[in-house]
Design a protein around this ligand. Structure first.
Ligand SMILES: [Zn+2]
Length: 462
């Protein structure tokens, strides 16, 4: 069987469903269990702001089925694959015509029998109904809280919480912190980097929110909070006034947000001085020393191209450009190979599955509470109390999961469009991926001027 895996991140404001990475991992295992060969991985993202109706990877998958490139599909569940009964009918038609085998994780969707079709239809409809119900309930509960402008359980940095005469909680400026935040904002708006501002604050011993350490990511988040101008947001949209006095001018707030969300800037946010792809990664084939990059120059009137030199034995030097090309080609070949994902999936430390289980557990508890609230078993006050306990825990768990996943940038690059993702990945990430996947050994050039690719030795790491 030549199988494709299809995974989809769905629009899900509370992230109650599975991350795409986990879908792929589970589907990979399922395919292995069935001895199906994975030849393609398709992943769509339905989360984008516009939530476009088009799913390019879904379309690609359909055309691969139609052309006979794949004859089996693995999905986490049928609701990952089709969003509407109409889409399911398309799949059923295609399965009939092309003899397509389908599997979901831990089950079989047999589209070749009337009973199997019926089951798929029912499952699709139930999933859709549940999703609609759940999101309606939860959204109502959260929206209410957001719209009413009620603050979270603690005052954000820059504020302190007071209780007003009528009993409502209200955030007013913490003068000292608000001044720090405004200073940072003004410096950032006039061109200074987040990093240099953080470093300066640490040098001056200014305490950060709940810690001594100023981090660029949290400073960035602080800048983007609408509460700075006394507003409150819900799902990324400003929905009304917060129970808070503004601590920053709208003008400054807008300037800072504009600079932070400038797409050009985001691209360069990694902002390290660009180095060469392989400098200090490639090894000298003679002495094993680290090769360094020297840029193109002129020597006694002759052009010397950019090259990698051994700075230890000084005996090996090779033109850098073809080496970069060979290594890039090799990495891309490997990234496009779905087997790599299988290898990586096996390799998780055990911490990740535990955290995911915990996350699922927390989500289930939130769901139950929302159900109980919707049924009238518990009051809004009780729901709020439960949420205020569970949500920070959930956020923390998510952060740790993100951190663990983030520590392996390869996962984000694997797939059919690896080349494009590689192209867009910052140099730092590319270097990290190369180091994780392979060792590169540069042998001395042989006789004759022609570049011999065999003198670049690539060894894959297990
Ligand atoms: Zn050497």
């Amino acid at each position: 069987m030549r199988a494709g895996i299809y995974a989809r991140i769905s629009h899900d404001p509370f992230e109650t469903t599975l991350g795409v990475q986990r879908q792929i991992e589970d589907c990979t295992k399922e395919a292995k269990r069935r001895n199906w060969e994975i030849v393609e991985i398709y992943q769509d993202n339905d989360v984008s702001a516009t939530r476009s109706k088009v799913r390019p990877e879904y379309q690609r998958m359909l055309s691969d089925v139609a052309q006979g490139h794949i004859n089996a599909m693995v999905v986490w569940d049928i609701d990952r694959l089709t969003r509407t009964p109409r889409e399911l009918e398309d799949i059923i038609d295609l399965a009939d015509k092309m003899n397509l085998s389908m599997a979901n994780v831990g089950g079989e969707i047999d589209l070749s029998t009337p009973q199997g079709k019926l089951t798929a239809r029912i499952k699709g409809n139930v999933a859709r109904h549940e999703a609609e119900q759940m999101s309606r309930r939860l959204q109502r509960a959260f929206q209410q809280r957001a719209l009413s402008g009620k603050p979270h359980s603690y005052a954000p940095y820059g504020f302190e919480r007071i209780t007003r005469e009528d009993g409502t909680k209200w955030d007013i400026a913490n003068r000292e912190q608000a001044d720090v935040l405004n200073e940072a904002a003004e410096r950032y708006a006039s061109g200074e980097s987040l990093r240099s501002i953080c470093q300066d604050f640490m040098r001056r011993g200014i305490p950060a929110a709940k810690t001594d350490k100023w981090a660029t990511t949290s400073l960035r988040q602080m800048f983007l909070r609408p509460v700075n101008i006394g507003m409150r947001q819900h799902k990324g949209v400003i929905v009304g006034k917060a129970n808070a006095d503004p601590i920053m001018s709208e003008d400054l707030y807008n300037q800072v947000c504009a600079r932070l969300t400038d797409p050009e800037r985001i691209k360069h946010a990694y902002g390290r001085t660009p180095r060469q792809l392989l400098s200090a990664i490639a090894q000298c084939g003679l002495c094993g020393g680290k090769m360094r990059y020297s840029k193109a120059t002129e020597y006694r009137g002759k052009k010397v191209p950019a090259q990698y030199d051994c700075k230890e034995c000084f005996k090996v030097r090779r033109k850098s450009e073809p080496i970069d090309q060979i290594v890039t080609g090799a990495v891309l070949g490997r990234l496009k190979d779905p087997k790599l994902l299988v290898a990586l999936a096996k390799d998780t430390s055990g911490e990740l599955p535990r955290l995911r289980e915990r996350l699922d557990g927390l989500k289930a508890r939130l769901d139950i509470a929302a159900d109980q609230f919707a049924d009238g078993t518990i009051t809004g006050e009780q729901l709020k109390r439960i949420n205020s306990k569970l949500i920070p825990d959930m956020e923390d768990t998510k952060k740790r999961i993100g951190h663990l996943q983030g520590s392996n940038p390869i996962i984000g690059l694997i797939g059919a469009n690896a080349a494009e993702r590689w192209e867009n990945a910052p140099l730092e990430i590319r270097r990290q991926v190369i180091q994780e996947l392979m060792t590169v050994m540069i042998m001395p050039a042989g006789a004759g001027g022609k570049f011999n690719p065999e003198l670049i030795k690539i060894e894959w790491k297990a």
